[in-house]
Write a protein of this length. Structure first.
Length: 128
C-alpha cells in the first residue's frame, strides 16, 4: 500500500520539497544518478529530498537541467598531479618549494645555481 507520509512537494513540513522514494518528479536526480550520466550537481543547491523507510533514509535531489559535466580528473589523478607539481617545483639542492617549476637545464633553483656557478674554490678550479 502506497503511503504518502513523506509527500511534501510544497515544502510545507520538511523545509525542502519532499517526496517518497520512487515518487520524485522527472528532472530531479540524486548525486549518484547524475554521476551515472557523467554529471555532477555543479553549483546548484539541493532542490528536493526523498525520504523512505519511515524517514530514516534520505537522499537529496538535484535539478538535472542545472547539472554540469563531471570534470575529467579523479581525486587520485589530482593527487598524482599535485605530487608531480611538488616534485617539479622543489629544488633538490636547498629543498625549497617554489610556485614555478625548477629550471630543468639547471636542475636546481636559480639561487642554488647562482651560488654554485659564482663560487670559485680556492684551488681556482671551476665548479662544473
Ligand atoms: Zn635551491
Amino acid at each position: 500500500m502506497y503511503r504518502a507520509e513523506f509527500d511534501d512537494p510544497a515544502a510545507e513540513w520538511f523545509g525542502l520539497p519532499t517526496f517518497n522514494y520512487r515518487h520524485a518528479p522527472r528532472g530531479l536526480a540524486t548525486r549518484r544518478q547524475l554521476a551515472a550520466k557523467g554529471l555532477t550537481p555543479g553549483r546548484q543547491g539541493i532542490a528536493a529530498q526523498i525520504l523512505w523507510r519511515r524517514g530514516r533514509r534520505r537522499a537529496y535531489l538535484y535539478r538535472e537541467d542545472q547539472a554540469v559535466p563531471k570534470r575529467e580528473a579523479t581525486p587520485a589523478q589530482l593527487r598524482a598531479l599535485m605530487k608531480a607539481w611538488v616534485t617539479l617545483s622543489t629544488c633538490p639542492t636547498c629543498e625549497r618549494e617554489f610556485d614555478h617549476y625548477i629550471p630543468r637545464r639547471f636542475g636546481e633553483c636559480l639561487d642554488c645555481h647562482e651560488a654554485a656557478t659564482s663560487f670559485t674554490p680556492a684551488t681556482g678550479l671551476e665548479v662544473a
